[in-house]
Structures are given as structure tokens and as C-alpha cells.
Design a protein around this ligand. Structure first.
Ligand code: C5P
Length: 279
């Protein structure tokens, strides 16, 4: 079975405060993107665990890979332990704030639900997903959603319009846990970031200021994007390191993407993508 596992972008990400369990309560408007990995699941009769291969050799393929964690949590919650092989065909960069690993994990949960014929409801699948990671429940249903709690409360919504993006992934990642702790340490001495409105959305990211203070290339990239005529909004996605520009049309995104590739050279990954709505 082959499943498509899209990347995500945070159109808006507000942190509301630290919780007793160490996580942060958040409120985020998230949308899936047209950049997708492919997750292939093949069941083997009699097997009760999964092996994993991945087209990107820099992705850890051991038991810590979220695709395998997802298979284990599926078995732990349902009591049904299928086994076999999972192959990840990667196009989404990792450590990028684009949710690639989380999306792969959600695809495994959806795939196993179908392959085992358990037909669990969305809520149950989201509950399994939350055990794997905070960003995983968002990817279960597909489509844009308001995400709350630590990431487990999903309210599907329609975006006011489709958005066309140019994404730039620098040759380094940012650890999500580090980004949250940097926000925690700096929040008392920082002004809240300004929201900027485009297309009926308030684009903002509370994690930006503290991540930009350490990863100095990122504000330079955002400034460059803001100077380009096609850019309406320039922001970081999630905890970084990807920054993106929102453009009015797909043609604008194509022209900005080509200029960014020519300007930045080969060490940056540049993607053109659009938000996708529920199938
Ligand atoms: O849930 P996940 O393992 O993806 O989270 C990675 C790290 O990001 C957590 O260990 C935590 O430090 C931080 N985090 C958080 N609040 C959230 C989501 C993640 O503090 N809502």
C-alpha cells in the first residue's frame, strides 16, 4: 500500500505557556503542502514488527524513526500487531519545521488502520498519533486545521484561499525541543512578534524571534525574501529552519523560486509549493 504524506506549514503559531508536563500549550493554523513523501507499507503474514528503509540515508532508520514508533503505538493501543516492511521515499527535508517525520508517522497509522480493517474513527487515530509526537495528529485527517493543546486538539477548517509558497531550507536544521526552550528563556524580555495579514490570515510565529537570535542566517533570508517584489509575507515555519515567502500567484512563486535558486546557489534547498485542501 502506498500513501502520500504531505509537508505542513504553520500559517500562524502562538505559544500560550508552559504546561506541568513540560510541553507548551499552543494555538496554530496549519495547512498541508503539495510537497509530499511517499510511504509504502507491505504486510508480511506472521510478522509482528516492521523493518524500515528510507531513500534519504541521513534520516535515522532505527527504532527511533517516527514511522516505526507509529507502528508500535498502533499495536500498543489496538492490541493488533501487524508486521512487514515500511519504505519512505523522502522529498520533505528533515529538521526543517515542515513536519516530514510526523506526516510519515500519520501515514503509517492511517495505512495500518486500512490494512488491518479495524476502521477506527478519526478521534482514535488522532489519539494514537498524539502518543507518537505533538505534530502527528494534524496529519491524520488531511486538510487545514486549527491545532490546540500540545497539538492533539484538531479543529478542521477551510483556508480563506489557496496560498502559493517558496520555501528555503538552509543546510542546517533546528531542534524543536531547543526552539521551545529558547522561547521559554526569552519570553519575558521580548516584544510579541507583529502579525501581518494577507489573504485573510494573520501570519505569525512566536518561535521566530528566539530562533533568529541564534541562527543568524534566517533573519537575513527573511529580509531578502521581503525585498522581492512577489513576496507578500515572509516567515519561518514551525521551529525552523525553513523560511518561506507567500506569493499572490503560482507564477509569482515560480519566478521568485528561480531567483532564490540563482541567488543562493546549491547548498540551500528551494521548493515551490501550494497549500492543499481536504480531499
Ligand atoms: O512532541 P514532540 O516529541 O514532537 O516534541 C518535541 C519537543 O518539542 C518536546 O520534547 C518539547 O520540548 C517541545 N514541544 C513543546 N510543546 C509542544 C510541542 C513540542 O514544548 N506543544
Amino acid at each position: 500500500m502506498k500513501l502520500s504524506a504531505p509537508a505542513k506549514v504553520n500559517l500562524s503559531l502562538r505559544l500560550l505557556g508552559k504546561r506541568a508536563d513540560g510541553y507548551h500549550d499552543l494555538e496554530s493554523l496549519m495547512a498541508p503542502l503539495s510537497i509530499c513523501d511517499t510511504v509504502e507499507i507491505n504486510l508480511e503474514p506472521g510478522a509482528d514488527n516492521f523493518s524500515l528503509t528510507c531513500s534519504d540515508l541521513t534520516v535515522p532508520g532505527d527504532a527511533s524513526n517516527l514511522a516505526l514508533v507509529a507502528a508500535r503505538e498502533f499495536a500498543a493501543v489496538t492490541g493488533v500487531s501487524p508486521g512487514g516492511h515500511i519504505h519512505l521515499e523522502k522529498r520533505i527535508p528533515h529538521g526543517a519545521g515542515l513536519g516530514g517525520g510526523s506526516s510519515n508517522a500519520a501515514a503509517v497509522i492511517r495505512g495500518l488502520n486500512t490494512l488491518t480493517d479495524l476502521r477506527l474513527p478519526w478521534k482514535k487515530l488522532e489519539e494514537i498519533a498524539a502518543r507518537v509526537g505533538s505534530d502527528v495528529p494534524f496529519f491524520i485527517r488531511g486538510g487545514a486545521a486549527w491545532v490546540r493543546g500540545r497539538g492533539e486538539r484538531i479543529d478542521p477548517c477551510d483556508l480563506p484561499q489557496q496560498f502559493f509558497l517558496v520555501l528555503i531550507k538552509p543546510p542546517f536544521g533546528v531542534s524543536t525541543a531547543w526552539a521551545y526552550s529558547a522561547w521559554e528563556n526569552a519570553k519575558h524580555c521580548e516584544n510579541p512578534p507583529l502579525a501581518t495579514t494577507f489573504g485573510g490570515v494573520h501570519w505569525m510565529n512566536d518561535l521566530e524571534a528566539s530562533v533568529f537570535r541564534k541562527f543568524l542566517l534566517l533573519p537575513v533570508l527573511v529580509q531578502w525574501l521581503n525585498e522581492q517584489p512577489e513576496t507578500r509575507i515572509a516567515r519561518m515555519s514551525g521551529s525552523g529552519s525553513t523560511v518561506f515567502a507567500v506569493c499572490p500567484t503560482s507564477a509569482d512563486a515560480e519566478s521568485l523560486g528561480s531567483r532564490a535558486a540563482a541567488y543562493l546557489g546549491g547548498t540551500f534547498q528551494i521548493f515551490i509549493a501550494s497549500t492543499i485542501s481536504r480531499q
